[in-house]
Every structure is written in structure tokens, then in C-alpha cells.
Design a protein around this ligand. Structure first.
Ligand code: UD1
Length: 420
């Protein structure tokens, strides 16, 4: 298994181009199942979760052609309506094929995801919403088996705000008979990006970006071309990195409008930030200031940035309280940060981080995607060498992270098995 070796202490200087958003690309790829026509997507990031989704689509019988950052997809004839366990267990977002397959083909079988490193993460709200639209759903041999002649519009209020739940129901509703209203809908920018593609495909949607989305079902959707939005979590991760190491980083092809809460917190930590329509520049002098925060649904501070901002707090001046409200068990990075010398105490869903003046490199283990990113940030700031094991987690969601960081002066290299 590959590892990363980071020799900390280098300031970051230069430019990084932000990739397309993983969490927008995943539902968007699944949305191509809603039409028999060709959908062309640009700015698709090169990462493992995208490969997994394309593999899943190919297994269903979809024609997929990938040319660097562009993907052309045609789901005219499928030979299977099943998402197998082997793929779903590596990527929970595979559940996003459920709504589109059911809406267009009247049937779908998707393996139940099961638990994951950051908690239980059930899909009951996806199922409840589709049932409200008239689907007959039961669990059979570990699969969610769903059937419906044609879905019917409904008013659906999910018990909590769920991102992929909103996306699944939004996609399903585009082909349902009549009007669907999604109440308590997630407002994440990735949902807006998905809705924009669906509208380009002929869907009738309003209210996306608010907590009440209205969809008028249509008989069929057609082909479209769409450019995937920039990844706000990747951008936020690089900004945390420069805040931790010091230096001057220009992020190109970024979308500052989607980064509000993250930029606010980084400013509080002492990062000097300038923004333009499609760029963000972060400049850091001196030691960061401790910055407490609480994760919550968009537009509040994202849970997907919690580990990275916590890493910054480990070397900050002062003490910060970090509260995680979205996922239980999302403090797996804490024990690893402590191996680097961080002072963190956990009490339930809160962590108290007391900044130390210097982290010291060590061998650590990545436990999930964003935890891995926090270890990279800590490693860049630490004195000496940090070896991060199990970086396949990082490869799931970051597009060529180590080469982007090398290009701005970080000493970071990938060790393959032979080099250990
Ligand atoms: C998405 C993102 C993930 C991010 C998360 C929260 C994608 C592919 N992934 O994950 O990166 O961390 O949003 O911003 O976009 N829940 C239920 N029942 C359900 C659905 C959700 O109980 O049917 C709970 C979850 O366990 C969790 C909370 O609702 O506690 C929010 O989860 P959700 O928004 O659904 O996360 P994902 O869509 O899986």
C-alpha cells in the first residue's frame, strides 16, 4: 500500500489549480442514467471515487468515454439495474444510482452500504422519500430492492438534512408524474450544481439552494453539456495548509462564493485572504490563532473541513473547541494528530485543542478521507519526517494532492511498496 513521506517546515508559495468537486461529480455522473441521450461533462476530477462511479455505470451497461477532465456518457440501453456490494462497500455514494434507475426503468437493486469509518450513515431517508413517491421498497439479501411503475410526485420532508438523500429524491422526482416538493432539503452548492445539470437536461426545478425544492416531473430528459463546479473542500484544505506552514498560495479555478464559512474561520485564524470571481489567495505570516468552530449543514462550517481546521488548531496560539454535529465518530484523526505531539481532549462530540508551538514528525495512519488531509496539513507543519500510511483514503477524494503540493514547495513524496 502506498504511503506519503512529508518533510515538514517548508513554506508554501505559488499557484494551485483546484479540481472539479468530487461531491458534485458523483451525483452528476449518476444523473446521466436519467436519459438515453449523451451527456458531456467537463472538469471531472481524477480520483478514485470517480473511477468507481464510472466502473459502476459501465457495469450497468452505460457507454463511458473519458478524455482527461471530460467524460461523455450515454445510458441508452442498460444490461443491469443492480449496484453490487463490491462497489458500494468501497463508496457509499453508489446509493445515488437508486433514484435515477428507479425513476427511468421502474426498478433498481442497490447493495446496502453498511457502516463506515465515520459512523452509521443509514439511507432510511432515501428509502422513505422514494416510498412516499409510490415506490415499493424492501431489503432482500443485503440489497435495497425498489420497484415502481411510474413514481408519483409527493411532498417529502426528510427527518434531517441529508445531502445525498436530497440528491437522490431530486433526481427521482424529475421523471415522476406531477409535482414533488422536497422540504428540509440540503442547500449545499453541489445540489445546485446537480440541479443546473438536470435543468439543462430538461427538468423543471425551482428553489434549489434553498430548503424547499419544487420539481415538476416531465416524461423524459434529454442530453446536455455541463462543467462541474470547483471543489470547495479541496480549496479549503489547501488554504488550511498555507495557514499552517506560512507562505502565499494562489488558488485558480476556485469558487469563493461557496467557501464562506471556511474563509471566515481562516481569517479568524490569521490567514490574509483575497478573492476574485474564480480565485482565492491566502497569505500567512506568523503563528495561527486558535479558532473554535462547530460543524453544521451548508452554509455553516462543513464537516468535511473539520479535520483540516483542527490540524491547524494543533499549532495555533491558544485553545479552541471543535464541535462535530453531523457525524458521530468523526474524530478518528485525533489519535493520529496526538502522535505528532498535538494536545487534544475529546468529550463526546466536542474536542478541545490546545495549540503547541511545534509538532514533531511521526508515523501515522490515515483513517478516512478528510482525516488523511488533516494529517498532510499537520505533517507539512511538523518538524522532521512524517510518514502517512493507508493513503488510499486520500486518493479517493483528492486529485493528485502530492504533486499539487510539490509544485508549491512542499517536500512530499509518495512511497510505493518497493520503496518502503
Ligand atoms: C454528504 C457528502 C459528505 C459530507 C456529508 C455532510 C457526498 C457524496 N458526500 O454525505 O462528504 O460529509 O454529505 O455534509 O456528497 N442520515 C440518516 N439517514 C439518511 C441519510 C442521512 O440518518 O437516510 C444522517 C447521517 O447519518 C448523518 C446526517 O444524516 O448523520 C447527514 O448525512 P448526509 O447529509 O446524508 O451525508 P451524505 O449525503 O452521506
Amino acid at each position: 500500500m502506498d504511503k506519503l513521506r512529508i518533510t515538514g517546515g517548508q513554506r508554501l508559495h505559488g499557484e494551485i489549480t483546484v479540481s472539479g468537486a468530487k461531491n458534485a461529480a458523483l451525483p452528476i455522473l449518476c444523473a446521466t442514467l436519467l436519459t438515453a441521450d449523451t451527456v458531456t461533462l467537463h472538469n471531472a476530477p481524477e480520483l478514485r471515487d470517480i473511477d468507481t462511479t464510472l466502473k459502476l455505470l459501465s457495469q450497468l451497461g452505460v457507454h463511458v468515454e473519458r478524455n482527461a477532465e471530460s467524460v461523455t456518457i450515454r445510458a441508452n440501453e442498460l444490461n443491469s439495474l443492480e449496484a453490487p456490494y463490491e462497489l458500494v462497500k468501497t463508496m457509499r455514494a453508489s446509493i445515488l444510482v437508486l433514484g435515477p434507475l428507479l425513476a427511468r426503468f421502474g426498478e433498481a437493486r442497490v447493495s446496502l452500504p453498511g457502516g463506515c469509518a465515520i459512523g452509521q450513515r443509514p439511507v432510511d431517508q432515501h428509502i422513505k422519500g422514494l416510498e412516499a413517491m409510490g415506490a415499493d421498497i424492501h431489503i432482500e439479501h443485503g440489497f435495497v430492492v425498489a420497484k415502481a411503475k411510474r413514481l408519483k410526485g409527493a411532498v417529502i420532508r426528510t427527518d434531517m438534512v441529508t445531502v445525498t438523500g436530497t440528491e437522490n429524491l431530486l433526481m427521482a422526482a424529475t421523471l415522476a408524474e406531477g409535482e414533488t416538493i422536497l422540504e428540509n432539503a440540503a442547500r449545499e452548492p453541489e445540489i445546485v450544481d446537480l440541479a443546473e445539470l438536470l435543468i439543462a437536461m430538461g427538468a423543471k426545478i425551482s428553489g434549489h439552494g434553498t430548503d424547499r425544492i419544487t420539481i415538476q416531473g416531465v416524461e423524459r430528459l434529454h442530453g446536455a453539456e455541463h462543467t462541474i463546479m470547483p471543489d470547495r473542500i479541496e480549496a479549503g484544505t489547501f488554504l488550511c495548509a498555507v495557514a499552517a506552514t506560512g507562505g502565499d498560495l494562489m488558488l485558480r479555478r476556485a469558487c469563493p462564493d461557496t467557501l464562506g464559512a471556511t474563509l471566515d474561520k481562516l481569517r479568524e485564524a490569521g490567514l490574509h485572504i483575497e478573492t476574485g470571481p474564480d480565485w482565492v489567495r491566502g497569505t500567512m505570516y506568523g503563528r495561527p490563532k486558535a479558532t473554535g468552530f462547530r460543524t453544521s449543514e451548508y452554509p455553516s462550517f462543513p464537516t468535511d473541513m473539520q479535520a483540516q481546521l483542527m490540524a491547524l488548531n494543533t499549532i495555533a496560539d491558544g485553545t479552541a473547541m471543535v464541535v462535530e454535529t453531523i457525524f458521530e465518530n468523526r474524530f478518528m484523526h485525533v489519535q493520529e494528530l496526538i502522535r505528532l505531539g498535538a494536545q487534544i481532549e475529546i468529550d463526546g462530540n466536542a474536542a478541545v485543542v490546545t495549540g503547541v508551538s511545534q509538532l514533531l514528525g511521526a508515523r501515522v495512519m490515515a483513517t478516512d478521507l478528510r482525516a488523511s488531509a488533516s494529517l498532510v496539513i499537520a505533517g507539512l507543519a511538523a518538524k522532521g519526517d512524517t510518514i502517512i500510511e493507508r493513503i488510499y483514503h486520500l486518493d479517493r477524494g483528492y486529485d493528485r494532492m502530492e504533486s499539487k503540493l510539490q509544485a508549491v514547495g512542499a517536500q512530499i513524496e509518495r512511497l510505493t511498496k518497493e520503496e518502503e
